[in-house]
Write a protein that binds this ligand. Sequence first.
Ligand code: FRU
Length: 490
Amino acid sequence: MAWTREQRYRHYSSYSTTLIDSLEKQAATSQYKPKFHISPKSGLLNDPNGFSFFDGQWHVFYQAFPFGPVHGLKSWVHCVSNDLVHWQNLSIALPAGGRYDSHGAYSGSAQVIDNQLFLMYTGNVRTQDWQRESFQNGAWMDKDNHITKLTEPLIKQPTYVTDHFRDPQLLKINHEYYALIGAQDKKTLKGEIALFQSNDLKNWHDLGYVKHNLHDLGFMVECPNLVDVDGKKVLIFCPQGLPQDELKTTNIYPNVYAIADHFDFEQNYFEAENGEMVQLDEGFDVYASQAFNAPDGNAYLISWIGLPEIAYPTDKENWAHCLSMVKQLKIIDGQLYQQPVAAMSKLRDYEQKLPQKQRILIEKAGQQYELQLTLGANQTGDLLLASDGTTEHALQLKFNTIDGKLTVDRSNVGEKFGVEFGEQRQIRLDPNAPLMLDIFVDHSVCEIFVNDGQKVLTLRYFADESHTKIAFSDEKLMNYTGQYFALNDM
Ligand code: FRU
């Protein structure tokens, strides 16, 4: 069904509870519904927001349109966890519909301030003639998870940006507050990151665009995040519309990072190492990631697994997308590593050592598992997941530990989608070296951590549930070790 603008922006109160109940039932019974990833109870989920630790719990919110698989009137849905693995969905917490967020409570972040959680987010407003106005708004959440919006915006749209001005990341540095905001310059129509400063969260000073040594930020930057990782400053963001040769990705829009020794707030300058931005996730479906520095000293990241402007097979079941597992960030040998948080092991049900000298490694892998597999150096082969034992029906991981290559191919795994953006993704690794894979599968989600998180490839796939084999594609015996863990629901 094609959704009209009027349908996308109807007030939530105009929908019946019967409709919501039936949408929730439909999503819950989907064979594709992830069981240990945050996914929407109904409708569409997109960016993670307000990822934080407050009052002894982890909090993450997500962008939601609960009434269908489309980008409509967005609100924040609230989820809490004690371990970053088991999440409880507390439902809509920051609804759209106020004077300064009448057409969406868009993405933003959170900081613990004076024993409350302060949320800073973009209010999307449309005028009668559908002109967009973007406001950066604030709200307080108390320890009972009760949210009160501020009555006036914190920051209004400066005259030098277009209406694409959103996704504030609120930072607290010593006694000052800063906000990094994604923007599009009105004159050049180029992507920029705007910086604002405040001493009291009320009066905000415009510090202009962040100056940097990166080459091109496309036509718009979404979801900028600055995070401390092992003594470095890592800037994570989504530059839309980069020239194809700027990054080796065919994803519709990339999510990237750049590393610097420090961020010069005085000069408003970020000097990326080698003037380089790197793709955050080398798979097909990661976007709008959000990272923060937690009080335990670690930096954590969570991503939207989904991309804008692409139809996914669950659209016909009236729900779409999910969030990634939480990943811990590290810098090792100058590179950003992403690793599953240690508490993920709590999901393990039973463990099976992989049999040796076999083509079929696991006959009935099911839909929820972790596979740890180390492939010896100097061999080539094809690992099949979600397979009937053939390459005709399988998610294929083609490895070459001679030259150091891994290719993920989803062209033969179930329902097709996003085909125009390519069905393969390839990464380069050290040649003549073993390849360590830690793979998490959750129904239609696959997160592949390579060499301890040096690279990550995340993807959705929509395969027939009866295809449960994990196997190599040919009879040639491979040199490998590993284990399989069945995983529980979160
Ligand atoms: C990124 C994004 C943000 C915006 C939000 C709206 O996916 O477009 O820029 O705030 O989604 O849901």
